[in-house]
Design a protein around this ligand. Structure first.
Ligand code: SF4
Length: 89
């Protein structure tokens, strides 16, 4: 969950934070069942309409957060960080 200021409108993840942390940072292969995938997509749908999506994603990329942040999973951000590192090299 990401807020710029405490008086900002609560983001969609504030209603059900556990849903955004169904991705506990270890999801790979067989652990990503259809049910887990469905939950991840529900969280991503919330992120898609969130006014904090861009700064939320930036925060998660910079701080190595796990869970769904800015519409991305932990694994997707790992891959994005690797792409960014390759581009910077
Ligand atoms: S982009 Fe997603 S994880 Fe980030 S504050 Fe919004 S709803 Fe929460």
């Amino acid at each position: 969950m990401f807020l710029l200021n405490s008086d900002d409108e609560p983001p969609p993840c504030a209603d059900d934070p556990d849903l955004w942390f169904v991705d506990d940072g270890t999801l790979k292969g067989a652990r990503v069942t259809d049910h887990v995938n469905e939950l991840i997509h529900l969280a991503k749908d919330g992120c898609a309409v969130c006014p904090y999506k861009t700064p939320c994603l930036q925060h998660a990329l910079e701080n190595g957060e796990y869970g769904i942040w800015g519409g991305t999973t932990t694994d997707e951000r790992r891959r994005e960080r690797r792409r960014m590192a390759r581009r910077a090299a």
